[in-house]
Structures are given as C-alpha cells and as structure tokens.
Design a protein around this ligand. Structure first.
Ligand SMILES: NC(=O)c1ccc[n+]([C@@H]2O[C@H](COP(=O)([O-])OP(=O)(O)OC[C@H]3O[C@@H](n4cnc5c(N)ncnc54)[C@H](OP(=O)(O)O)[C@@H]3O)[C@@H](O)[C@H]2O)c1
Length: 296
C-alpha cells in the first residue's frame, strides 16, 4: 500500500480506527475473537497504523479495553508485527461520577501513559496523542507536559487531537519545530469544517488524521453514499463502494492526510484499505469536493 508519514514513522496511507470494536454509537459489540480477526484482516490488507485510545471501552470501568485488544491482536498475528505503529491517546478521564472528563496535568498524563504502556504491553509508547483540550488549562502548559514525558523517554512521537489552528501553532512552538507529528480531527463529507487545520498541517509537514472519516458509527458511515450521492455515483462507475471513494477523495486532498476508518467487521476494513489504490480523475475529485461544500 502507498506509504505516508507520522513523525519519524512510515505508515500505510489508510490506517485502522480500532475504536468501534470497544465503543460505538450502535452499542453493538463484536465477540473478542471477531474483533481480533478484524484487526488481523487490516494487517493482512497492508495496514500498518492502528489508532486506539485508553478511553475506548464499553463502560467507564473498562478503560484500556481497546488497547488490550490491539495488544492481543498484534501478539497473535501470523505476520511480523514489529513494523506496525500503534497510536494511542490520553487526556480524557472516565469515572463513575463523570464519564468523559478532561485532565491535561502532568501527574494525570504520566499515570495515563503508564497505564497505556501496561495495556499495550510496551515499555515506550511510540506515538501518543493528546485526546481533547482540557479547557481548564492553558494549552501551552499541557504541551509542555507532553514534552516532559517525551524528554523522560516515556513517549516517542507526539500528536494532538481535536485541535484548532491556533492550538496547532502553540503545539509547534512548545514542542519545537518538526516535533509535532500529527493532528487528529473530525473530517468527513458531513464534517468538512476542519479543512483549515488540514491545510495548516500540510504547510508544516504534519500528518493529518481524519477521525470518523466516513461519518461515524451509528449510520453515518454506512449511509454516506445515500446522503452524498456523488460518492455512490463515482463508486458505481469504478465498481467500488461509496466508502472507498470517500477515502480516496480524502487522500487526494493532501499528502499529509491519513484517514483512519473504523471497523467492527473484517469486510469493512478490507474494502476501506483498497481506497489507497483507487485513482479518481481530477473532475471526479472536484465533484466530491463540491458535493461537500469545499471550494478548493
Ligand atoms: N480523536 C477523537 O476524538 C476521535 C473521535 C472518534 C473517532 N476517532 C478515531 O477515528 C476512528 C474512525 O472513526 P469512527 O469509527 O467513529 O467512524 P468511521 O470510520 O467514519 O465509521 C466507522 C464505521 O464505518 C463502517 N465502515 C468502515 N469502512 C467501511 C466500508 N468500506 N464500507 C462500509 N462500511 C464501512 C464500519 O462498519 P462496521 O462496524 O460494520 O465494520 C464502522 O461502523 C475511530 O476508530 C477512532 O480511532 C477519534
């Protein structure tokens, strides 16, 4: 599969979003063995980036659920897993009192990194992303906390998620030029509004990872070809799914884009992986952009 880069790592142009096997808007979960089989199918299809997070779990008291599935999938895969990059995230808390709080403090992030290491079965986290801004803290101070964890050797590459153009600039400044590996923001036909962050990433050679790139679980991804008919029309012309067209269009927007489609079923990620080889004409790409309201 064509390769792109996240910081110092070369990865497949399409990654796997592992979240839906542990957390999704349908509240329907695969058996553990089936979840692992889906990850194996992604790896067999040439995917070398898996996206997870400590909070991806069916309930607050199962934090690390998704990370542990990813660890077990890598350990049981028949291939050589040493070239697979796993990116996890921290900074969102889940407790009985408050599901989905935020904490960007150094003490919390350090403890979150240590728990993720245990869940993933690693001694260093290769790629760590700050999940969502803690609005009670100054963003630059949180970036300094991440840099401290990097300086201590606990994490290698650092990314941020759900960040504005201004937060990207702050992260670059605090982490040091060339040390912000990625930005992971929501981006899809139904949510093209983070295009400004995408272009900021391109300008500075930072990977941009669209999350929910197809429109999300709970129907958004499944129905993308109904909601945006142009993706189905172009898919029909190429004999491929509308989802493949969406991902190929996202890849065409910039060489820094690495979509991370989620999947519970192996068939979904096998189909999505093929988007990296789908060639669309300039006219088809322009029709996709126009259909979602992006004037390029
Ligand atoms: N940073 C953040 O704040 C944040 C927030 C949300 C998500 N994320 C990340 O983004 C990843 C992807 O987001 P997402 O899972 O919410 O949304 P998504 O990728 O837009 O949609 C996932 C759904 O799409 C279906 N699907 C995938 N490929 C398909 C294909 N080729 N044909 C038909 N259906 C297909 C899957 O169906 P099946 O389940 O039936 O296989 C799955 O339910 C997550 O796994 C997570 O890693 C990050």
């Amino acid at each position: 599969m064509q390769q792109r880069t996240i910081g110092p790592f070369a990865v497949s142009a399409i990654g796997l979003g592992a979240m839906p096997v542990s957390m999704n808007n349908d509240n329907v979960f695969p058996e553990r063995a089936d979840a692992i089989a889906t990850i194996h199918a992604a790896l067999d299809a040439g995917i070398t980036y898996i996206d997870t997070a400590d909070i991806y779990a069916p309930s607050w008291d199962q934090m690390g659920h998704n990370e542990r599935i990813v660890r077990d999938a890598l350990a049981s895969w028949h291939g050589d897993a040493s070239g697979i990059l796993v990116g996890t995230k921290g900074g969102i808390t889940r407790t009985a009192e408050k599901d989905f709080g935020r904490d960007g403090s150094l003490a919390y992030l350090r403890s979150a990194v240590e728990r993720s290491m245990e869940n993933l079965g690693v001694e260093v986290i290769d790629f760590y992303q700050y999940h969502r801004p803690d609005r009670w803290m100054v963003y630059g101070e949180v970036m300094q906390n991440l840099k401290t964890l990097q300086d201590e050797g606990l994490v290698r590459a650092i990314g941020i998620s759900n960040a504005s153009v201004e937060e990207i600039a702050i992260a670059r400044q605090v982490l040091g030029e060339g040390n912000l590996a990625s930005v992971q923001n929501q981006f899809s036909p139904r949510y093209p509004s983070s295009y400004g962050e995408l272009t900021s990433c391109e300008e500075h050679g930072i990977a941009f990872l669209p999350w929910s790139p197809l429109g999300g679980t709970g129907g958004g991804a499944r129905d993308v070809g109904d909601r945006f008919g142009v993706f189905r029309e172009i898919g029909d012309a190429h004999d491929v799914s509308p989802q493949q067209v969406v991902l190929a269009w996202e890849l065409s927007l910039s060489p820094v884009v690495i979509p991370i489609p989620g999947a519970r079923r192996a068939a979904s990620i096998i189909d999505s992986a093929r988007a990296a080889d789908l060639e669309l004409s300039t006219d088809e790409l322009a029709r996709c952009s126009a259909a979602v309201g992006l004037e390029l």
